[in-house]
Write a protein that binds this ligand. Sequence first.
Ligand SMILES: Cc1cc2nc3c(=O)[nH]c(=O)nc-3n(C[C@H](O)[C@H](O)[C@H](O)COP(=O)(O)OP(=O)(O)OC[C@H]3O[C@@H](n4cnc5c(N)ncnc54)[C@H](O)[C@@H]3O)c2cc1C
Length: 325
Amino acid sequence: MSTSSSSSSITIQASNEQRRRLHHEADVVIVGAGVFGCAAAFALAKQGRSVILLERSLKEPDRIVGELLQPGGVSALEKLGLSDCLQGIDSVKVVGYEVIYYGNPVSIPYPANAGAAAKGGFKNSMNEKSTRPEGRSFHHGRFISQLRKACASQPNITVIETEATDTITSQHSAQVLGVETKTLNPATGEKENDYYFGHLTLIADGYASKFRKQYIGKSPIVKSKFYALELIDCPMPAPNHGIVILGDGSPVLLYQIGTHETRALIDIPENTPTAAAAWEAFALISEMLYSLHYPSKCSLASKPHSRTGKSHEVCQTAGCRPVRK
Ligand SMILES: Cc1cc2nc3c(=O)[nH]c(=O)nc-3n(C[C@H](O)[C@H](O)[C@H](O)COP(=O)(O)OP(=O)(O)OC[C@H]3O[C@@H](n4cnc5c(N)ncnc54)[C@H](O)[C@@H]3O)c2cc1C
């Protein structure tokens, strides 16, 4: 790029930044700086588009979602130029799954093409070329904070902390022109109305979207809920794997989210009373951990399952599973 063209592109960037900050106007307005909103903002900004990214809270999220990025996601991140977001967050390499079915482990490594791009993608990321593609697991909040930081340092993106409350539509057509938001005024402590306009408005506000029902009549049917634990220095039957434990009880998924932290997710059917579900989750995990620590001490006996009534194997060794009072 010549000196004059690079200085003119810097001038355009500066004037776009001013249009975003002062006039709240951009090529694209994105609501929600989660994984989708950040990735979309970064990709569009790299194409040279001016982007406003609106997020209701820029604090590090504390949520138990999106903690294991599969190899295809790692490749996509690399292609977007965002793979640095996996650095410095104590993320853990994942090379496949270990399914433990009634105590019998079966190792399922990611297949060689697991890192391949979606149809039509470019075959140029390291993870795609590798014969051992890798996924990554991490604390969701740390990863999202890295994505937001990357967006904030992209000259074509302005990140603003504000909550979208409504869409603004044209009076003449159904076209969405932008969004109305509420922004906290730190001086008064009051939330004030703001308006943001884009040629395109992308709503990326997640599974609990307040906007989706304006366009999609159907509500999702909830069949089960995850109960989650964070285990510290948990011995893993197969390090660097997602561990799926299947038996008569609820399915359990384990994966490391840091060097010392392991996430346990227990899939409990909807309508199970909370206390019973929590008990089952706790009992399943403690049973499994005990048998990992002291496999020789486990003495299994067949018992009816507390919820399903079906017969299942339970360790009888004292301390192996909590005694139900
Ligand atoms: C229990 C569980 C486990 C999961 N595990 C995995 C996994 O291991 N791997 C995986 O790939 N996926 C996993 N998922 C799915 C993954 O979490 C979602 O696909 C992903 O989070 C969706 O990203 P998103 O950006 O669309 O939405 P979100 O991550 O929900 O982000 C939405 C963002 O929008 C913001 N927002 C919402 N409303 C507004 C508003 N009105 N104004 C401004 N901002 C707003 C929110 O604060 C948030 O930052 C899991 C999901 C669940 C529920």
